[in-house]
Design a binder for this molecule. Structure first.
Ligand code: DSN
Length: 440
């Protein structure tokens, strides 16, 4: 029976092929990653860890998960990897659960400053269990390290977390480590240094971004589907002594790898998704190849060129540019339009990005002043400097239409102009086929 779902999947393949993906947290996986994910491995229960399962018949699964673990360790020069988290949110939750007691303080970048929902937003489960304190960013878009230090001294956190989903600078991990060492001594308690590098993990693996684990951080969480170009899922890598995850151990920094294993299973998850873990292993092997370093370099170069071209076209950027893959544009200040209108108008021409609040945004939650975009997906498709110049020009033309239209309904009168840009985008996009499909 031909299920309707397969028709819709075809429609999504067409949408992805004919448009350009500018959302900085999205990417395209290889055909090998897709095949591993869509395999019979989904049939298997394998609660536990390699060699220590609660079900029989896991000899192949053990081999797959062990390969995924070893490859992740190699990618990030880590003592330990847990490849079971179903998502980045689960990975973060497991780390908090591994190290903290209810009521403990976690110091993290606040959501309005560019942090992530799972770093203490009041709507999350973690925020009901732990006491999150948020640090912000300076006017030039960098972490406010002075504020971070002052808050650490005041609150004596159990965790200092560096991580974000809308931040375009390279963090000074050494400075944060110095602050943690000082406060840890003062308060006479160990502080866990945690980095959520979901956005830039591929840049770290590709050698164009510092690795927090090489700057004294104990734990790094990530998703596997952003710059790492793997399946949708989570990952935790850490430094320390690797023990038996089925046995209790003391809550010390040295035992962090074992505490994390126990916090993932049975602490916060049940049966691992071994078809996804297999796909993670395939992606990690791809990430270990020399070509992946060229890819990571090109992401950053494209982002730099795109940022400069946007500025040339009148866009005002948070932080005046970017040091990684991500650009935050203040469309309110640039053109007097809001991020949601602009996101909608760009969608109509096949350029996909997302409206995003800026630090200290005065716009309403659903009408933020900014948009967030990035280059990982476009770089995977092979777009380069010439195409970045075109994208910036299209973005300017669409912004001009938004200024005239003033709201979503008003855009209809510019249907012809939007269609013209849509055709140009489609033509370029089809020249850069998306990876993963059978015909590639
Ligand atoms: N939702 C992701 C992003 O777009 O940045 C973070 O989890």
């Amino acid at each position: 029976m031909a299920d309707k779902i397969f028709e819709i999947i075809k429609a999504e393949e067409k949408r992805q092929s004919e448009g350009l993906e500018l959302i900085p947290s999205e990417n395209y996986v290889s055909n090998a990653v897709l095949r591993a994910m869509g395999s019979v491995l989904t049939n298997k229960y394998s609660e536990g860890y390699p060699g220590k399962r609660y079900y029989g018949g896991n000899e192949n699964i053990d081999e797959i998960e062990t390969l995924a673990i070893e490859r992740a360790k190699q990618l990030f020069h880590a003592d330990h990897a847990n490849v079971q988290p179903h998502s980045g949110a689960n990975a973060n939750e497991a780390v908090y659960f591994a190290w903290c007691q209810p009521g403990d303080t976690i110091l993290a970048m606040s959501l309005p400053a560019g942090g992530h929902l799972t770093h203490g937003s009041p709507v999350t489960r973690s925020a009901k269990i732990y006491n999150f304190v948020g640090y912000g960013v300076t006017d030039d878009g960098d972490i406010d390290y002075d504020e971070l230090e002052q808050l650490a001294k005041e609150h004596h956190p159990r965790v200092i977390l560096v991580g974000y989903s809308a931040f375009m600078k390279i963090p000074d991990f050494d400075r944060v480590k110095q602050i943690a060492d000082m406060v840890s001594q003062e308060a006479d308690q160990e502080i866990l240094l945690m980095a959520d590098m979901a956005h830039v993990a591929g840049l770290i693996a590709g050698g164009v971004h510092p690795n927090p684990l090489e700057h004294g951080f104990h734990v790094m969480t990530s998703t596997t589907h952003k710059t790492l170009r793997g399946p949708r899922g989570g990952l935790i890598v850490s430094m320390g002594k690797v023990g038996n995850p089925l046995k209790k151990c003391d809550r010390t920094l040295e035992n962090i790898p074992t505490l994390i294993d126990r916090a993932v299973f049975p602490g916060t998850q049940g049966g691992p998704l071994e078809h996804v873990i297999a796909a993670k292993a395939v992606a990690f092997e791809e990430d270990l190849q020399p070509e992946f370093q060229d890819y990571a370099r090109m992401i950053v170069e494209n982002a730099h060129v795109l940022a400069e071209e946007l500025k040339r076209n009148g866009f005002i950027l948070q932080g005046n540019g970017t040091e990684n893959h991500l650009i935050l544009v203040n469309v309110k200040e640039s053109f007097g339009i809001d991020g949601k209108l602009y996101e909608y108008a760009l969608d109509r021409v096949g350029l996909t990005l997302n409206a995003n609040a800026l630090p200290n945004d005065k716009g309403a939650a659903f009408r933020p002043s900014g948009v967030r975009l990035g280059t990982p997906a476009m770089t995977t498709r092979g777009l380069g400097v010439d195409e970045m110049i075109k994208i910036a020009e299209w973005m300017r033309r669409v912004a001009d239409l938004c200024v005239k239209a003033e709201n979503e309904d008003g855009l209809d009168q510019y249907e012809n102009e939007l269609k013209e840009i849509r055709e140009e985008v489609r033509e370029l996009a089809l020249g850069f086929p998306i990876p993963g499909l059978d015909n590639n």
